[in-house]
Unconditional design. Structure first.
Length: 316
């Protein structure tokens, strides 16, 4: 039977027939998977993992960007009355200013609509944009060994002028004004241009401070400013400083979510794509392809185009 099937396929190829199907199918719609617990009520586990950006994860099996993925999960959860709480499993050094702010906005909008508790659980990393997103939660837990904080803004850019001079290449820009090409990787930034960029960074920084103050009612702005000089904190240090509420593991965050939702029993569920695997609360919820995982580690991909990027990112 197998030989006849193979010969049949070969015959079709030799006859000139063409086939129109993708070698690596794209992602399908989200599917709900239970990873823990019992009962009718649900606690939704959403993963915020990797560098936060609006870029789609490309590779053999492309997946939506983090923004699109979080939005899709929240939209589905908003329609499911059995979802009584959300736990954010955060493991990220941060990312772009806008992507971090969009996810924060989507979480706040969801919470205002559904009025159910959102609990943040910081894993290895919850720094900068990761902490910004955690500020949308009703309560923030960190592991004893978590690294968090790094409240601040960094602008990533490159200067290729020296390299171009070595290879004998000169870049010329014809502009409508003296500031049109500010931040260009092909020339040195002027003092005036640096001041303009600093003004933008100061504005983004102040927004970060306001977000933290809104999420940490126990802290005054002057306290937040002292903590927000870019430094990082362990979970224990963050707890002592008032940046997180409790020290605990992911199971503790789920227990807090149940308690705040008034639940004794609940199923912990995730949303995943067909072909992805999750069997417990520590399984990767949205596992990207191998190439996409490598792309997450390539932070300089953000500046390859030459355009400066404003980041809520811990980047030693």
């Amino acid at each position: 039977m197998r030989n006849r099937l193979v010969m049949g396929v070969i015959g079709l190829l030799l006859s000139g027939c063409t086939f129109n199907f993708p070698l690596f199918p794209g992602p399908g719609p989200l599917q709900e998977t239970q990873v823990d617990g019992t009962g009718k009520a649900k606690v939704l586990l959403i993963e915020i993992s990797g560098v936060i950006s609006s870029q789609d994860n490309e590779g053999f099996r492309a997946t939506p960007s983090m923004i699109a993925s979080v939005k899709e999960q929240l939209t589905r959860a908003a329609k499911d009355e059995k979802v009584k709480a959300v736990v954010l499993r955060i493991n990220t050094p941060g990312g772009t200013v806008t992507a971090s702010d969009i996810i924060y906005h989507e979480l706040k909008t969801f919470k205002a609509s559904r009025k159910i508790p959102i609990i943040a659980s910081i894993m290895d990393l919850g720094t900068s944009g990761g902490y910004y997103i955690a500020a949308a939660a009703d309560q923030v837990l960190a592991h004893p060994s978590s690294v968090t904080g790094s409240i601040g803004v960094i602008m990533l850019t490159v200067n290729a002028r020296g390299l171009l001079e070595k290879v004998g290449v000169e870049a010329t820009a014809v502009t409508s004004g003296p500031r049109k090409d500010m931040g260009s990787p092909f020339r040195t930034m002027t003092i005036e241009e640096r001041a303009i960029f600093q003004g933008l960074i100061d504005s983004f920084y102040q927004r970060f401070l306001n977000i933290v103050q809104e999420g940490r009612a126990n802290l005054q702005m002057e306290q937040i400013k002292r903590l927000a000089d870019g430094r990082i904190y362990t979970g224990e240090q963050a707890k002592a400083a008032g940046l997180v509420d409790e020290i605990g593991y992911l199971e503790d965050a789920i227990a807090v979510a149940k308690k705040k939702a008034g639940l004794t029993d609940a199923r912990v569920v995730t949303y995943k794509r067909p072909g992805e695997y999750s069997n417990n609360v520590y399984s990767r919820v949205l596992a990207p392809s191998g190439l996409a995982s490598l792309a997450d580690l390539d932070l300089m991909s953000f500046v390859r185009g030459g355009t400066p990027q404003f980041m809520y990112l811990w980047m030693p």
